[in-house]
Write a protein that binds this ligand. Sequence first.
Ligand code: ATP
Ligand code: MG
Length: 385
Amino acid sequence: MQIYKVGGAVRDRLLGRPVSETDWVVVGATAEQMQAQGFRPVGADFPVFLHPETGEEYALARTERKSGRGYGGFTFYASPEVTLEEDLQRRDLTINAIAEDEHGRLIDPYHGQRDLAQKWLRHVAPAFAEDPLRALRVARFAARYAELGFRIAPPTLELMRQLSRSGELQALTPERSWKEISRALMEPRPDVFVQVLLDCGALAELFAELQARLAGGDCTTHLLEALRECARREQPLAVRWACLLAPLADPAGDSTALAEAVNQRSKAPRDCQELALLTARFGPIAQHTGQLSAAALFDLLQHFDIYRRPERFEHFLDACQILADAALWGPGRCPTELLRSAARAAREVSAAPLIARGHRAAELGEALKRERFAAVAKVLADARL
Ligand code: ATP
Ligand code: MG
């Protein structure tokens, strides 16, 4: 059997970028031989094994044929006769289809090195269009390598459009697409990810609500600017997700139905979902804090549970700042310092003096709330002087 390094490890080494994990392909072996050598099979009907010591993935060379819808709709054919070239042909991009042998020699039948030099994200073969996940992967690679000057080859973008039109993106499980979306949002250019999804029609398939909001208006420019800024400011995933869903906010802050619908369909973790909903609901309001009543400001702070969840409130402020700077909800500024001062004042109210005055149980809670409200109202009044 021959073993070759493939995929991201070869690509990133050639790009001079750090390599995080290595994938291997094994030619001329059977599953039984792998297991006899101590490799552990990953799944029952998937010819992938884990190395007994390193835990790295070793896949038997395979070909595949489409047999159903979506990412899982494939029949694999793995056998010792499958050649390295055949295995490389089923891979998504030419830059991901370079193999390296044990002597460091490159096997590159689909000209991945040329595309690396010329900075093209280009599909290997027409079968690219059989797996909808590839549209998301290419958009993610575009987000990752945009800063290096990479762009999508026009024929590949055309296949991505074809994939979007086919409706196959809907056949992806929410877990699978979330994995790609969340990774893409954390890349250096999350705005490029969204731009590519728009260009190939995938955004309409994945987030129809968002597509509807962006269509026609100049909201797109503002959203892309906000996402780009999220990366510049190294914001966490929750802030990036909240910014992505921000166009779904109702400017009056009355309804979060659209953001809720997208949230529910996604497999976004709880902290992302919460921040997105809170931002959709209170972001537009926060921009008008200068004109807010003390009651409305206090209500906002209570909703954030600023006492137990200070970090979430900070993330909200970061999101609002970025969205206001990008003018996503029209011109306006986020009075971050005022909001922060109000939160600090509310937090600093101490229960001890209230207990000393004899307040107890539920009644103590009410008294605490009154004091906190007074503290917030004072900050607001002072700011208006
Ligand atoms: P990353 O740096 O994100 O790990 P990667 O290219 O190594 O990038 P993996 O998901 O680890 O991505 O996959 C390893 C290799 O397997 C890819 O380089 C590609 O050749 C191939 N591959 C993975 N997923 C697909 C897919 N959906 N369709 C075609 N080829 C794929
Ligand atoms: Mg990899």
